[in-house]
Design a binder for this molecule. Structure first.
Ligand code: C5P
Length: 233
């Protein structure tokens, strides 16, 4: 029986990044990787060939897909740039650190009687924005990003995404470390108003959400290619 994502290459980023300060300390965030792993596993189950670029997480290693383990945002960027050209669908669910420590200390930073120290941070590459500006012109690559705020409409346009999933962390049952998510799904305007299309999806399990996001992104790709889902059969 044919599966909805048969023959497609799917690239997913997941989890947090860690930005080293010294050999024993780092800056990070609360991402668990659950959403990204659910997407990678759903893509596999829907018939795709999947590459998962994962920051450090405590989740079981999925089988039946390629997992690239990375630590820092720069390493995640390098892995994505290596795999992006062959990806038909790319979903960036990682919580990438926007900044890294400018100069990582070779030795553990000591207190030395100081009451404060200053750590200089420099911007990391925006991986999603990079991908958005490197999509093939033929419409064969569909790109989906995640954002926390509801005013994510700007991001959709700025980062040249075909779909942007916004979750409101204030809603119970949404966001980091939960098994469910409540999202708003935005897609670019296809009408004269220029306003993005906005759908509010009900609270659902991250696995069901993953599957629905992938099916929607695959349909967007076909429509960008000028095909309808029925043309495939
Ligand atoms: O701009 P903001 O960080 O809110 O955008 C979130 C989206 O951008 C997520 O899809 C995240 O994976 C991606 N992102 C990225 N590289 C960064 C920052 C965010 O890929 N440096």
């Amino acid at each position: 029986k044919p599966l909805p994502l048969d023959g497609l290459q799917v690239l997913v980023t997941a989890g947090p990044t860690q930005e080293a300060m010294d050999p024993v300390r780092y800056l990070t965030n609360h991402s668990t990787g659950k959403m990204g792993y659910a997407i990678a596993e759903a893509a596999r189950d829907l018939g795709a060939q999947v590459t998962l670029v994962s920051g450090p997480v405590a989740l079981d290693e999925p089988t039946g897909l390629e997992v690239r383990h990375v630590t820092s945002a720069q390493q995640m960027f390098d892995a994505v740039t290596e795999h992006f050209a062959t990806a038909d669908l790319t979903i960036m669910a990682a919580a990438v650190g926007d900044f890294r420590v400018a100069e990582v200390a070779n030795d553990k930073i000591k207190k030395n009687g100081r009451t404060s120290i200053t750590l200089e941070l420099v911007a990391n590459p925006d991986i999603l924005a990079w991908a958005g500006s490197h999509k093939k012109a033929d419409g064969s690559q569909a790109l989906c990003g995640f954002a926390m705020e509801i005013n994510a409409a700007k991001k959709l346009a700025h980062k040249h995404c075909d779909m942007l999933v916004a979750n409101n962390l204030r809603d119970p049952g949404a966001g980091f470390a939960t098994d469910t998510n409540i999202v708003t799904v935005m897609t670019p305007a296809n009408n004269a108003t220029g306003a993005p299309n906005i759908e509010h999806w009900e609270k659902m399990d991250k696995h069901e959400l993953a599957e629905r996001l992938l099916i929607k992104l695959a349909a967007i790709r076909l429509s960008n290619l000028g095909q309808s889902p029925d043309d495939q059969t």
